[in-house]
Every structure is written in structure tokens, then in C-alpha cells.
Design a protein around this ligand. Structure first.
Ligand code: PLP
Length: 455
């Protein structure tokens, strides 16, 4: 009998009291956000017009290694954290692998994902600043759900611009948000100038994340007492998500387990960045070695096929420019792509770590992702989100490699959430109607050729 339990829980007293900012340990820092008008680095005052002051400070802070988690946030975290680190004994048995597989499960809250970790922090700072409310965008709906929940906790107004196609296809997500008191508007809408412009230019469009971001930013900057919040990509979001990695590291340390490989799915990079931060910090300080793998969809391959360049974060080009691995802000994944992780760019922190060789990236095709999801669901008792299942795919591939070599590697992956609102995608898979679409170089070049010229 092994002494490692199926579920490794930390005591509440062992939960982190500070977030870890990996930028503090990076010798070469991620490139700064630029003002799209002047091409100069964004100042704290410029950012504070869009974001809450303290969040703007966190965004620009690339030297503090640790930042205190305010007590109000720690108390909220206690309601659903620490999240379990699970030793996937049943899955190992099924795969007949000598590898030891662990997953950090973040789906134990109503949003069904890790996004609540940052939503509650962002709502807290908005409340502390005395704001009336916040605006945001949501694609599939997890972020909007998490934020609505966080805002209702702090009595803040929450306005969500939801990508129209999701608004229509995922009415239940919308209803969860409304239950928490959020106002949900399908995007592009006729309520903002940028929405009206996009509707006029592309009649009948079903929207995109990039459009919804532009609308939410406009809504924040044109209403007194409102700021804009974002659920991924930004460095402040990675900072808040470091709670995932800190808990994972603490739980592994508690049982004397050294991870060999850490795997996470990568959309905008926030869960991956949060999970790997403490481990990447050890690599950067020369204390340890880990193999870190970011997994992205083959149909939206920003790390594996994108360019490391300054780009717009949104379609309406109202946001600052960020240097990141990007497919171009005009890139929209193929309509048959059902697995989430559709953002055109990648967090600047993750991009820079990737550029420095601290992490590797792999792209996987969606039918193989759903195959992995199904295998996992059948033995581990959790129906995984399609996004999370990208990480499961590579964990399986690596565990099967160990089977050939006989290596007892410790594989840790992030299970970011549950997939109960993604049953239309599962249905497609079950009906054999899912196919894999990989964009050609020519197709990728269309959006890449329109990257802004910055240098
Ligand atoms: C949003 C989301 C992701 C992708 O976002 P990242 O910022 O890349 O972490 C992954 N999994 C789930 C369940 C999500 O909701």
C-alpha cells in the first residue's frame, strides 16, 4: 500500500497567504504593455483609467516576488479552497502505466473553473476603490459566471458582454450569471459605439472574444464609477492564479513528492501560468529542473505556430498593445472548433517564459482531446471541461511513454474545470460529427500579415 492518499488536501492553515509573482524572478522581464497611440509603455495613470488602481499596480509590478493576499480574499478562498490535488490511481491502473499521475482540480465551485480565483480578487479591489461596478466579456461563459458570483458577494454591479454565438447556444450559462445578478448582453450589441460599428461592418456576425472585449472596455470607460476586468492573459490574473501552483507545490512537498513534469492547457495562459509559476521560479533561480508543457488546440496554435510580436488584445483595437505569441488579433478559429482556448494571443509572462525555453508547447487535435476527456471521465469521476482535457491528452501521452520506458515519472497536470455546460461539444464527439481542422500556413498568414508595426 502506498502512503500517498488519493486526495492530498492541505489544511486551511497551510494555504498560501501571499501570491507569487514569477516576474520578480525573471532576469529578462516580459515586454511592457504599450499605449497604442504613442507606442510608449503604459503608465500607471493610463492603466488606472481602465483598471482599478491596485490591479493596475499589480499589472506593472515586475519586481515584487510576493504580494499579500488580503484577508477578505483569503476568507472567500477558504469557502472552496484549498482545492484537492488528486493522485489518479484509478487512471494509472486503467492506463497500466508506471507513471504517477496527479491532477489539481479547480472545478469545485459554481463557475466550474479556476476563474473564480482571480474574479474574487478583482471584485475585491473594485469594491475597495469604491466603484459601482465592473464590465467584462465572456466567451464560453466560465469567466462571466465567476465574475458575477464574485460581484454579488461584494455587492457590485456586473455587466457582461457575452459573445453572441455563446449567448444563443449556452442559455444556461447566461441564466447562472443572471441568477447572480449580472446584466448579460449579447455581443456585438447596439449599446456601444464599437458594437454598432462592428454590426454595421459585419451584418449578422455572431461575435468574437475580441469584439466583446472592445465593447466591455468602452462600457467601462463611458460610465462613471466603472472599470473593466479581464479573466485571463493579463499579468495580474496570472498573479492571482499562482494560488493554484502554490497549493500544488505545498501539497507535493508535504508528501515529499518531486514533480518531473507539469502540464497545463493554455488559452490566454492564466491557469497554466498560475500552476507553473512556483516551479518556473525554481528553474529561474537555478534550484530545480522540471519539464513544463503548455497544451493548446491545433486549431488555435498561438505558441506553436504564432509569432512573438506586439499585437492588439482586442478586435476594436482599444486595448494596449502586448508583446506575446499571437496569431494576429484578426484570427478567428474555425467554426467547427468546439474545445475552447480560442484566444488569438497568449499571456506576455507565459510567452516570455516560453521564449526563454522554460516551458515547451504542444498542440493537439480536438477529437483526440475528447477521446482523452472520455477516458478520464469514465474512471476518475469528473466530467472534464474540454479546455482541461487538452492537458489530460498530453498527460495520457506521457504516461503511455513511461509504459514503454518503465519510468516512474511524477506527472502533474491542471484539471481546470468541469464540462457540464459543454455537452453540445460532447454530443458532436459522441455522434462522430467532430472533425479536426488545422489551419494552413496561408490561412494563418492572413491575420499575421496584419500585425501592427512596432519597433
Ligand atoms: C477559461 C478556461 C481555460 C483557459 O483559460 P486560461 O487563461 O488559459 O487558463 C481553461 N480551462 C477552463 C475550465 C476555463 O474556464
Amino acid at each position: 500500500m502506498s502512503t500517498i492518499p488519493y486526495k492530498i488536501y492541505l489544511e486551511e492553515s497551510e494555504m498560501p497567504t501571499q501570491w507569487y509573482n514569477v516576474r520578480g524572478d525573471m532576469k529578462k522581464k516580459p515586454a511592457p504593455l504599450l499605449n497604442p497611440g504613442t507606442l510608449q509603455p503604459m503608465t500607471i495613470d493610463e492603466l488606472s483609467g481602465v483598471f482599478c488602481r491596485e490591479l493596475a499596480e499589480q499589472e506593472l509590478d515586475d519586481t515584487s516576488r510576493f504580494i499579500d493576499i488580503p484577508e477578505e480574499i483569503r476568507n472567500f478562498y477558504r469557502m472552496y479552497r484549498p482545492s484537492p490535488l488528486v493522485r489518479a490511481y484509478c487512471f494509472e491502473e486503467k492506463l497500466q502505466t508506471p507513471a504517477h499521475i496527479y491532477y489539481k482540480f479547480e472545478g469545485n465551485n459554481t463557475s466550474g473553473s479556476h476563474k473564480l480565483n482571480s474574479a474574487i480578487a478583482q471584485a475585491y479591489y473594485a469594491k475597495k476603490q469604491g466603484l459601482k461596478g465592473v464590465t467584462t466579456e465572456t466567451g464560453a461563459g466560465q469567466w462571466g459566471t465567476a465574475l458575477s458570483m464574485a460581484c454579488s458577494y461584494f455587492d457590485l454591479d456586473c455587466q457582461v458582454y457575452m459573445v453572441k454565438v455563446s449567448y444563443e447556444q449556452k442559455p444556461f450559462r447566461r441564466e447562472v450569471m443572471r441568477t447572480y445578478g449580472a446584466k448579460v448582453t449579447p455581443s456585438p450589441s447596439m449599446e456601444t459605439e464599437v458594437g454598432r460599428r462592428i454590426n454595421q461592418e459585419f451584418p449578422g456576425t455572431t461575435g468574437s472574444l475580441g469584439c466583446a472585449i472592445s465593447e466591455a472596455v468602452e462600457a467601462a470607460t463611458t460610465q462613471e464609477g466603472y472599470r473593466y476586468v479581464l479573466g485571463s492573459v493579463l499579468s495580474q490574473v496570472l498573479l492571482h492564479q499562482s494560488v493554484i501552483g502554490l497549493e500544488t507545490k505545498a501539497a507535493l512537498d508535504k508528501y515529499g513528492i518531486k514533480a518531473d513534469m507539469i502540464i497545463g492547457c493554455a488559452g490566454g495562459g492564466s491557469n497554466l501560468g498560475g500552476l507553473i509559476s512556483p516551479f518556473a521560479g525554481e528553474i529561474l533561480r537555478g534550484e530545480n529542473q522540471y519539464e513544463i508543457i503548455a497544451v493548446e488546440p491545433a486549431s488555435c496554435p498561438s505558441l506553436t505556430r504564432g509569432r512573438y510580436a506586439y499585437d492588439f488584445c482586442d478586435t476594436g483595437k482599444v486595448c494596449p498593445l502586448a508583446k506575446m505569441y499571437t496569431l494576429g488579433s484578426g484570427f478567428i478559429p474555425s467554426a467547427n472548433h468546439a474545445g475552447g482556448l480560442r484566444y488569438h494571443g497568449m499571456s506576455s509572462v507565459v510567452s516570455e517564459l516560453y521564449d526563454q525555453g522554460i516551458l515547451k508547447a504542444r498542440s493537439v487535435e480536438q477529437t483526440s482531446v475528447f477521446e482523452a476527456a472520455e477516458m478520464f471521465a469514465r474512471v476518475e469521476g469528473i466530467l472534464p471541461a474540454p479546455e482541461s482535457s487538452h492537458a489530460i491528452r498530453v498527460a495520457i501521452d506521457e504516461a503511455l511513454k513511461c509504459k514503454e520506458t518503465g519510468e516512474e515519472k511524477n506527472i502533474v497536470f491542471g484539471l481546470t474545470g468541469t464540462g457540464y455546460f459543454d455537452m453540445v461539444a460532447y454530443q458532436k464527439y459522441n455522434d462522430g460529427e467532430m472533425n479536426d481542422y488545422i489551419p494552413t500556413d496561408e490561412e494563418l498568414n492572413v491575420a499575421l500579415s496584419k500585425l501592427p508595426k512596432v519597433e
